[in-house]
Design a protein around this ligand. Sequence first.
Ligand SMILES: O=C(O)CCC(=O)C(=O)O
Ligand SMILES: [Fe+2]
Length: 339
Amino acid sequence: MEFPVISMKLLEEESPGHDEMARLAQACQEWGCFQLIDHGVPTETMDSIAESLKAFFKLPLEEKVKETGNEEGVRKPVYDNKGVSLLSTHKMGYNKNGVAVFRLHGQCDEPPEEPKPEGWVQQIILPCSPVVGSPEINWPTKPDGLQENIENYVKETQRVGEKILRCLAVNVGLKPDAFVDAFGGRDLATMMMIMNCMPAVPLGAAALTAPRHRDITGLSVLLVVDGCQGFQVFKDGQWWSVPWMNRHTLVVNSGDLMQVISNGRYKSVVHRAVNWGDTMRISVNSIYNPNKFAKIGPVAELIDEDHPRLYGEGRHADFLEAVRTKPITCFQYFSSLNC
Ligand SMILES: O=C(O)CCC(=O)C(=O)O
Ligand SMILES: [Fe+2]
């Protein structure tokens, strides 16, 4: 079985003679995840953000903490005793010991995980759009050009995310904008930028630095800097690694909110990240997310006799608050709401 690879150029051509839309539908149903090529993000834009992040993460810890203004941190272990990562809504994921404060993850107790989650990850978390250029974002000032390089990249990945959402909508018989609208409309979408750095590990070792989880978000567009591998999805009872292609390939996966708005047609995929490498592993996750006021729930046209409503409707901000304060999954939350 081969990990699916989708060409965005072919999706855009929409000409007869290729069946990229059908291949996309199949990838989403079978894997919930695919590699994306021909996406049109300029290689210089990808290389620039990669270089900036390498330079940032190589800064001494005190500098990183200073740059991101997160001296407080959250003094909790990165994972709870079930290996479920704990919440951080901080824009930056360090505590004073240099241990990452992992952001809120989808709770996920299965499958059993070996090796047990350990190691650490350092993160920059920035809600980037529609507030690109916003003074409210407390941008790190080092290295030079970091902000500009992230902003350039986020514009590109927002375009990619939108295009994929349109195709996903058409593939289930909806008008192209249906999912973008379900997330509150294109002008209000939030691009959550999550930039992860995982440490090098000794030869023969592996650090499981993002434990199994589902993204509690919309659609993730992932770049692994230098193409270090280590992104894995769980399918048919086993972990599958994304195969190496080249350093400009993106990996797209659907999150919990895709499952909710599509009334279960697109499943949120369980995944994790491992570093086997002797260099640090940096990944950039551009997440197409609703704005906080958007009312999230299944698109009406996807509810019918054959597909009864699986979830109720709720404001994105209320959902985030619920999962922040209670041990509850996205699906438990949305199924508990009145329909
Ligand atoms: O670093 C990776 O490969 C994946 C990270 C991830 O799953 C996430 O940011 O949600
Ligand atoms: Fe993830």
